[in-house]
Design a protein around this ligand. Structure first.
Ligand code: MF3
Ligand code: CO
Ligand code: CO
Length: 288
């Protein structure tokens, strides 16, 4: 490489010289690759302009989930939630990423009780007391994507339902806390699966988190199970989601004939929380 390149400002936008910034990271990744690790490709690491764009998109995504939390209640249809999300997104200058995404017809996914994910809003599905509901929102703002979901308990649910919801959120945050440069996606998946199993639940394997930012679903695939030190190494600038789906019963799922709605195979309930995360120099930052 041209020796002068080392003295130029790093491509990542840190304001440091390459030799004091990503040269060190690249050297460390090369060393880990030589030892047999899977390392991220350069395009998986976003620069500071891109990360700032995703962060701003994440502010809207978070705002939507906060707004939904204030309005969601028994008697509301999932179609109404879709309207709330569409209107809020457009009023804030964004585009709902799911609308027309690979043929998906709505601006949000609403997944109730035994629906694991990708529930399609409609005016005949009415929320009732005791339901546990996932609302999953992805926003595009100025071309940048941010993806997040939360569970809402309608009125009061039984103790088992409340514990399932609490555990799914704990799984997400345990996974997030593993995120640090040169740790691996295997560390993230490992802690999630371990905790869910300790609590007597199972983890859905067919769906996972994903790289995100410039497109909706980018590499890498983020499994919610795994082994410490395995799978892809993490590096600063990587942006991805963690979104564990935790089942009350067995891990198996099935898809309805609509091609989208994913249900548990055994009919028991499922819960999920999701954030978009960026790997920082010394850990992580939640962008949603
Ligand atoms: N938001 C979902 C995710 O977390 C993806 C929904 S895609 C859709 O990755 F088409 F079903 F909306
Ligand atoms: Co996602
Ligand atoms: Co999502």
């Amino acid at each position: 490489m041209d020796k002068k390149f080392f003295d130029k400002l790093c491509w990542c936008g840190s304001g440091k010289k390459y030799k004091d910034c990503h040269l060190n990271i690249d050297t460390k990744l090369e060393e880990m690759a030589r030892k047999g690790h899977i390392v991220p490709s350069p395009d998986m690491c976003k620069n500071s302009t891109e990360i700032e764009g995703i962060r701003k998109s994440g502010v809207i995504t978070k705002g939507i989930l906060d707004m939904v939390g204030e309005k969601i209640k028994a008697g509301v249809s999932t179609e109404e939630i879709n309207t709330w999300v569409y209107d809020y997104t457009v009023e804030h200058g964004g585009i709902p990423a799911t609308l027309n995404y690979m043929g998906y017809p709505k601006s949000v996914c609403v997944s109730i009780n035994d629906v694991v994910c990708h529930g399609i809003p409609d005016d005949k599905t009415i929320l009732k007391d005791g339901d546990i509901v996932n609302v999953d929102v992805t926003t595009i703002l100025n071309g940048y994507f941010a993806d997040s979901s939360r569970m809402y308990i309608i009125g009061e649910t039984d103790e088992a339902g409340a514990d399932l919801v609490k555990t799914a959120e704990e799984c997400l945050y345990k996974g997030i806390e593993e995120v640090k440069p040169f740790k691996t996606l295997g560390d993230v998946g490992y802690v999630i699966e371990k905790y869910a199993k300790e609590k007597g639940y199972s983890v859905v394997e067919e769906y996972g988190g994903h790289g995100i930012g410039i497109r909706f679903h980018e590499d890498p695939f983020v499994a919610h199970c795994g082994q410490r030190g395995r799978d892809m190494v993490l590096a600063p600038g990587m942006v991805f989601t963690i979104e564990p789906m935790i089942n009350e019963g067995k891990k198996e799922v099935q898809t309805l004939d609509d091609g989208w709605t994913v249900l548990t195979y055994d009919g028991k309930r499922s819960a999920q929380f999701e954030h978009t995360i960026v790997v920082t120099e010394d850990g992580y930052k939640i962008l949603t």
